[in-house]
Design a protein around this ligand. Structure first.
Ligand code: SAH
Ligand code: SF4
Ligand code: F3S
Length: 443
């Protein structure tokens, strides 16, 4: 019987992509996906370090993994426990100090070494390996070919970030920015399409600063890459995330007018509506330049809608600063957004700034902001009732005969549909809406 793997993924879409690539490597080695953690011979946690809570979750999950490992041991079954992702890069050897039963830990830039490390562990040549290199080689050159898992796929076109927002760990956990060559991206996209993908979401932490080389060694921007992607036969939907507001250039704005398959939805994190706070965050945009970019994007495509990320309670944030954030939300009318309480991250400049905001105020501000954001999301969803959308079915619903898909605006839609429709695009009339999802009828 073949061995089984279980991967738990925390954090951003980049981690979802990395987990998928690791799963593909394991399947190439003969592993099969386990339905439950208790059935797995290899348990892998792909971790996130962005906020304190995210990182702490790992250690409670590891504690539980040890219990399961011991229970399996009693039945004569061995379990390998591994950790990957951004916590590994940040904590390094500390992981083994806190959880000595962890067999290996790989950083986000070294997970292509997974097969080799597993072999060493199995041959008892090595245990407790921690590999947090920032290697000279690119992991992408060592990974086996990617394959689609369904109708929607992520495709990482970039790694790392050079922006150093003062609150953020990413430049430390994923290193300096690296853009994959244009040809590599196109080749991977072709394989994803051949294996069933209809939608590709190009990923990077600052994806619109993409500057990969083409065949002739010439640097190309994201707009160039999007145009190349749009030429691919069989690709029906194109997205890119996450963009940095100051790096949205006119070429990219033009794409939102010219490229039919580019979805009319853009995640453009603003973080705060106060210029004073944006400056302290080391974001290179102001409230005014951000609004201007959104206006230009909406002029390029009238159907475009926006989403964003917000941090409340950044050090020094006053009631007036927070009011400016609320006011910006009213102006832009985001249709979806993520909002977080500022979380101190060791080693980042903001962690040692004066005037840290109390937990109580952070919570109050988050409640106020989220109430506003949810109201806008609900308003948009209600406006969709009666309209017809192309929906790409991505997963089975809780009830038999039900599938869940997504509209161009990333809203979840529940509908009665046959299993054969999974991974396909269907026209749906929206019949009902709540804040979090829509209901539709296949037409
Ligand atoms: N590269 C993306 C976002 C990466 S992290 C960008 O620049 O927009 C995802 C989100 O987590 C960020 O947009 C921010 O809103 C939030 N975040 C990052 N560091 C945080 C911290 N220390 N505390 C709270 N939220 C944080
Ligand atoms: Fe972090 Fe800023 Fe880079 Fe986004 S742009 S990953 S928030 S440093
Ligand atoms: Fe988290 Fe690393 Fe992504 S810290 S948000 S998993 S880049």
């Amino acid at each position: 019987m073949s061995e089984k793997y279980f991967i738990k993924t925390y954090g951003c879409q980049m981690n979802v992509y990395d987990s998928h690539r690791m799963a593909m490597m394991l399947e190439d080695m003969g592993y099969q996906k386990a339905e439950a953690q208790a059935d797995a011979d290899l348990v892998l946690f792909n971790t996130c370090h962005i906020r304190e809570k995210a990182a702490e979750k790992l250690f409670s999950d590891l504690g539980r993994a040890l219990i399961i490992k011991n229970e399996r041991e009693e039945k004569g079954l061995k379990t390998i426990i591994g950790v990957a992702g951004c916590v590994v890069q940040a904590e390094d050897e500390q992981i083994l100090k806190r959880a000595p039963y962890v067999d290996f830990a790989l950083g986000p830039l070294t997970y292509h070494r997974l097969p080799e490390i597993l072999k060493q562990i199995k041959n008892k040549k090595n245990t407790g390996v921690v590999d947090t290199d920032f290697p000279a080689e690119s992991k992408f050159d060592f990974l086996p070919e990617n394959k689609a898992e369904g109708g929607c796929s992520f495709l990482a076109i970039q790694e790392g970030c050079n922006n150093f927002c003062t609150y953020c760990v990413v430049p430390y956990t994923r290193g300096v920015e690296y853009s994959r060559p244009v040809e590599d991206v196109i080749d991977e996209a072709k394989r994803l399409i051949e294996t069933g993908t209809l939608e590709i979401n190009l990923l990077g932490q600052n994806v619109n600063s993409y500057h990969g080389e083409d065949k002739n060694g010439k640097e190309r921007n994201l707009a160039y890459l999007l145009n190349k992607m749009a030429e691919l036969d069989g690709l029906k939907r194109l997205r890119y995330t996450t963009s940095y507001p100051a790096d949205v250039d006119d070429d990219l704005i033009k794409c939102h007018h010219d490229i039919q398959i580019l979805m009319p939805y853009l995640h453009l994190p603003v973080q705060s509506g106060s210029n004073r706070i944006l400056k302290a965050m080391n974001r290179r945009h102001t409230r005014e330049t951000y609004i201007e970019v959104v206006q230009k994007l909406k002029q390029a495509n009238r159907m475009l809608e926006m989403s964003s990320d917000f941090i409340v309670g950044f050090p020094g944030e006053t009631d007036e600063d927070f009011e400016q954030t609320l006011d910006l939300v009213d102006q832009i009318k985001y249709i979806q957004a993520f909002s977080f309480k500022y979380s101190k991250r060791p080693g980042t400049p903001a962690a040692v700034m004066e005037n840290q905001v109390s937990e109580k105020i952070k919570k109050e501000r988050l409640d106020v902001l989220q109430t506003k954001l949810f109201a806008l999301q609900d308003e948009f969803n209600q406006k969709c009732v009666g309209k017809t959308f192309d929906v790409l079915f991505e997963q089975k619903g809780r009830h038999k005969g039900q599938l869940i898909g997504r509209t161009p605006y990333m809203q979840n839609v529940h509908a009665a549909a046959k299993d054969e429709m999974m991974g396909k695009i269907c026209k749906l009339k929206i019949t009902d809406a709540t804040t979090n999802s829509l209901t539709g009828k296949v037409i």
